[in-house]
Write a protein that binds this ligand. Sequence first.
Ligand SMILES: [Ca+2]
Length: 156
Amino acid sequence: MIVRFAIILFLTYLSFAHADFNPEHKLTGKTILVSKIRKNWFDALDYCKNKGMTLATVRGRRENRELTNALRNSPVATHHWIGGIRHLNENFFRWIHNNNKIETTGYTNWQPGEPNFGRGIELCMEYWNDPTKNIEWKWNDNDCKQEQIFVCEKRD
Ligand SMILES: [Ca+2]
């Protein structure tokens, strides 16, 4: 009886642990997880790190295409945090996992007019998809405190 109870507790724990994310996507060279829960950018980064992952990065056109295809196949949200951040004393973005300047990696996918450092508080990087505004899976800077869906990655 006690064993059965313990097993039920364990299975309940497992189903809760997995309930935070959609099923993983295997992309070229990495695995990604798209969250079901919403976090601010910093908590999202912690959440990925606790799973041995980091917030998603995009190294080129193919990675962008694979990632946005995975996002299209997940329950749709307008904003998804990924792993870019601007430090307050800099006017460019870096990937958080290696500190590389994003503009020097040779590929960017910013929405025209972005990043705009909106309201003086937009320092964190997201995918933005809003067909009503003709915005399709473009990068944007947004307020880091916004609680949003986020994407974790682990490179092979
Ligand atoms: Ca912006």
